[in-house]
Design a protein around this ligand. Structure first.
Ligand SMILES: N[C@@H](CCC(=O)N[C@@H](CS)C(=O)NCC(=O)O)C(=O)O
Length: 192
C-alpha cells in the first residue's frame, strides 16, 4: 500500500492516523513542488492529494480511500448521517483550501466579492452547525473514529495556518484540546 501526499495536508493526515498500526509506504508528493506534481501526473488526473495505490488500484479522494481501507482492514466505517457530517467538515476544509490558494495567488480574499463571500458564509454556518453537533456528542474526543479524526485534522490545519479562530466555540475548542493530547495526533503534527 502506498499513500501519496504531504505532511501538511489535513486530508492526508486523516489517512495517516487511520494507518497508524498498519504497514504502508508514505510517498512525499506535495502539490506545491515540481517533483510532487510530476509523481501525481503519472497516475492522478485530479492532481490532488491524498492519492493511494494498492495492488494496481489507484484512488484519488480521501473519503473513497478511507472507505477502501476500512473495508480492507475489516473496520466499521461511517453511517450515512456521519458521512453527511464528514461532508460538512470537508465543506469548511475545501473552502479554506480555495481561500488559501487564492491568497497565495495574490488575491485579497477579504474583499467583498461573491466567490469569497460564498466561502466565508459556508465556513461560518458550518462551524456553528458543528458546534451543536459536538455539544450534542455526535462527534466526541472519546469516540476516536474517522469522523473525529477528520474534524481534528481540519481544525488543526486551520489553526496552524492561522486561517480561523474557533476558540469562542466552546464544544469545538474542548474537543480540539482533548484530542491534542493524543500520542498519534502529536506524532503526525503539521511541521512548522
Ligand atoms: N476531495 C479531496 C480534496 C483533497 C484536496 O483538496 N487536497 C489538497 C491538499 S490538502 C490539494 O491537493 N490541493 C491542491 C489543489 O487543489 O490543486 C479529498 O477528500 O481527498
Amino acid at each position: 500500500m502506498k499513500l501519496y501526499g504531504s505532511y501538511t495536508s489535513p486530508y492526508v493526515r486523516r489517512l495517516r492516523l487511520i494507518l497508524m498500526d498498519v504497514k504502508y509506504d508514505m510517498i512525499d508528493a506535495p502539490t506545491s513542488s515540481a517533483e510532487g506534481r510530476a509523481i501525481l501526473r503519472k497516475l492522478n488526473p485530479t492532481m490532488k492529494i491524498p492519492m493511494f495505490e494498492d495492488n494496481g488500484l489507484v484512488l484519488c479522494d480521501s473519503t473513497v480511500i478511507a472507505q477502501y481501507l476500512h473495508e480492507k482492514l475489516a473496520r466499521p466505517y461511517l453511517s450515512i448521517p456521519q458521512l453527511n457530517l464528514l461532508k460538512i467538515i470537508d465543506g469548511i476544509t475545501d473552502s479554506y483550501i480555495q481561500l488559501f490558494l487564492l491568497d497565495k495567488s495574490g488575491f485579497d480574499t477579504t474583499d467583498d466579492k461573491m466567490y469569497f463571500n460564498l466561502q466565508h458564509e459556508r465556513i461560518e454556518r458550518s462551524f456553528k452547525y458543528l458546534e451543536n453537533v459536538v455539544a450534542d456528542k455526535h462527534i466526541s474526543a472519546t469516540e476516536w473514529n474517522y469522523l473525529s479524526i477528520s474534524l481534528y485534522t481540519s481544525l488543526d490545519w486551520v489553526k496552524v495556518r492561522k486561517l480561523h479562530d474557533f476558540s469562542h466555540l466552546e464544544a469545538i475548542q474542548s474537543f480540539y484540546t482533548a484530542v491534542s493530547h493524543r500520542k498519534d495526533v502529536k506524532s503526525t503534527g503539521i511541521p512548522a
